[in-house]
Write a protein that binds this ligand. Sequence first.
Ligand code: EPU
Length: 337
Amino acid sequence: MEIYNNISLKNYNTFGIEAKAQQFVAVHTIAELKTVLAEQHSKPKFILGGGSNMLLTQDIKALVIHVDLKGKQIINEDDDFVWVESMAGENWHEFVLWTISQDFGGLENMSLIPGNVGTTPVQNIGAYGTEIKDTFVSCEAVAIKDQSIKVFNKEECNFGYRESIFKNEIKDQYIITSVVFKLSKRNHKISISYGDIAAELAQKNITTPSLKNVSDAVIAIRRSKLPDPKELGNSGSFFKNPIVSKKDFAPILSKFPDMKYYEISDTEVKVPAGWLIEQAGLKGKRYGDAGIHKNQALVLVNYGTATGQEILDVSKLVQKTVYERFGIKIDAEVNII
Ligand code: EPU
């Protein structure tokens, strides 16, 4: 385990932004992680997982710890369910594909989401009607301050829409090292009601879809709408879909009767930010090497050499334009560093 100085992070963030880490270390075991935390306790630290949910707008004047813990195993099972533990540094999509190859159900709708397993609880990732919290059992984490190990069960994580305790109350205090999911072994709950999945399956004449069929459909839909970070730098949805109280929403809807929205409680609706951005005329717009993706307006992209600041400027332009047009504030989902 070696600490390097002045390392480029271009290959460690899916936006492909050029920024430097003052110091950088990759840890491959929990013991290495604890050693680094103990020996470097006085230094400011920055924890880096898959780098798929951050926008680097500056060099990082800290010790960047790249969590590269690998491994996955079945830790328990009964007739109906299996408890699978994955280390934090496993690539999420590869892990999902592995669960599907074993015919373990629950993660198939979240195929092809970029990033590593360890960061999935941080923002309770989700897609096509499922979220991590639906199959999450617990995660283990190391405290940065004293290297003690803590297990967080589902209730303790305070999961919400793209939210958890790790983004809020205990932000920057723990490093997640592994996650346990409870997956079905039989009688899988196939969920295809969201968005285009059912249509995609129907097109292939699939009437009783397997986990693999659902995963393949999600992969096809995502490939058609969302850019592959290996080809075009991006961080998935840059913004969260805004949640608006019904009271505030009523006058907006009467002014814009075509506006799409989903009722999420008795008092609130969720509005697709992609729709707002598209209707504001920004979809596909490009400013230098920073832009708004042509197929999914929620995604900001780096066409090559955009700086983090340039992407941030585009995000502010999007927020301002949407607010001026519709009176709705949209917040970034991505961590801005
Ligand atoms: N829409 C537009 N224009 C656009 C994009 C979307 O009009 O450019 C409309 C669509 O027509 C649709 C609605 O907005 O009526 C919702 O679109 P979509 O189903 O594509 O989902 P989304 O709300 O834009 C969310 C997640 C995605 C996830 C999809 C599918 C957030 C912030 N984003 O996007 O997650 O893949 O649902 O479940 O919740 C991510 O978080 O990085 C991500 C990609």
